[in-house]
Design a protein around this ligand. Structure first.
Ligand SMILES: [Zn+2]
Length: 366
């Protein structure tokens, strides 16, 4: 037991529980829960008490920079965790549970209390505001793989040019839908000449409560002829051929081996962590949606959705995926990737899937 308790505590800094989002008119606390978790909510005066069974979290006591929530306190117990949320005067909380059958997400929205006077009228449950209704649009991080001194895969096309082009097309399409976009790079550049630092800077953009989603774009290559589209979410893999690809995307050579080893360590820890697993289900769902959309519009070979220890998405606190949109060195697919119309199709499919994912409140909460 002691060992597992230690493991929990070592893991916990990577997980925000709750994740706190400041919005115009409301403050949102999101609790990612394992499938089997249960909870009760009670409130007394200005303290909201949430008792979670089957959830282990490290103690925390955090102030919140909000005019509605003063602080929250996380208190671990024998069989669960209690969270006390201290509201500011005149604030009230509304809770809503999202459950897609694989993971649960409890959303607590703290709003300004309505004026009293109709207290006897039973209130209908108020749905959590949908992102489209928020004044703050959802924020998507687009990561065009490689760049600058790092060309990535080279074949009929050069990976860094294709990923940037598709990334910029995706940016335009998402922005047209009112989604805010942050690019890890917007031109042919590396973020650092040192690949570890470069990937670390991209990865840092998955670690923010101000962003909703991260998509990394890559182009594949293979020694044996291969073609098709595959989409990844973070996790371990046992496939030696996939590991070779992961090592290449993680910087290649000795550094790629080292970063892959580190990412696999994170994946193995996450595999023992029900909360991390619950989080990864959202990334898996996003991966599936983006993958299906791209296969649907291109008719490309379906190489599936899998988990793999890609360094750039190893610590994501938001749904994060890595797409491999085709093989640079395949005699049919390489030239297809060189065609702007084909790249536009890929970007449209990604944009459609991402906006659909974000429109579903269960996934978009932050
Ligand atoms: Zn790549």
């Amino acid at each position: 037991m002691r060992f597992w308790a230690l493991v929990w505590f070592l893991l916990l800094p990577a997980l925000a529980f709750p994740r706190v989002g400041l919005h115009d008119g409301f403050t949102r606390l999101v609790f990612d829960l394992p499938k089997a978790a249960t909870y009760t909510v009670s409130s007394e005066k200005e303290t909201l008490t949430l008792r979670f069974q089957g959830v282990r979290q490290a103690p925390a006591d955090e102030e919140v920079d909000s005019d509605l929530v003063a602080s929250y306190q996380v208190v671990p117990g024998a069989s669960g965790t209690v969270v006390y949320v201290r509201l500011k005067p005149g604030a009230e909380a509304k809770t809503q549970l999202f459950d897609d059958g694989e993971a649960k997400r409890l959303v607590v929205d703290v709003v300004r209390s309505a004026p009293t006077g109709q207290a006897s009228t039973p209130k209908a449950p108020v749905p959590a505001p949908k992102p489209t209704m928020n004044k703050k649009p959802p924020v998507v991080v687009i990561d065009p793989g490689h760049g600058g001194i790092d060309p990535g895969a080279v074949g009929y096309v050069v990976e860094k040019a294709i990923t940037l082009d598709v990334g910029l097309r995706l940016k335009r399409l998402l922005e047209a839908q009112g989604i805010q976009v942050v690019m890890t790079r917007s031109r042919d550049m590396h973020l650092s000449a040192d690949k570890r630092t470069d990937l670390g800077m991209r990865a840092a953009m998955t670690d923010s409560s101000k962003r909703n989603l991260f998509v990394s774009i890559h182009v594949n290559s293979a020694i044996r002829p291969a073609q098709g589209i595959e989409v990844y979410y973070f996790g371990e893999t046992m496939s030696p051929s996939l590991l070779a690809q992961v090592i290449r995307e993680n910087g290649g050579g000795d550094l790629g081996l080292q970063l892959t080893r580190e990412a696999r360590g994170v994946a193995q820890q996450a595999a023992r962590d029900v909360v991390a697993q619950a989080n990864l289900q959202f990334s898996r769902r996003l991966a599936q949606m983006v993958h299906d959309a791209m296969i649907g519009v291109t008719g490309a070979v379906d190489r599936g959705v899998q988990s793999a220890p890609f360094y750039v998405i190893r610590n994501a606190r938001i749904p994060a995926i890595l797409t491999e949109i085709g093989f640079a060195n395949h005699p049919q697919e390489g030239p297809r990737l060189a065609d702007p119309n084909y790249r536009e199709k890929l970007a449209q499919a990604m944009a459609q899937a991402i906006s659909k994912f974000l429109a579903n409140g269960a996934f978009a909460q932050r």
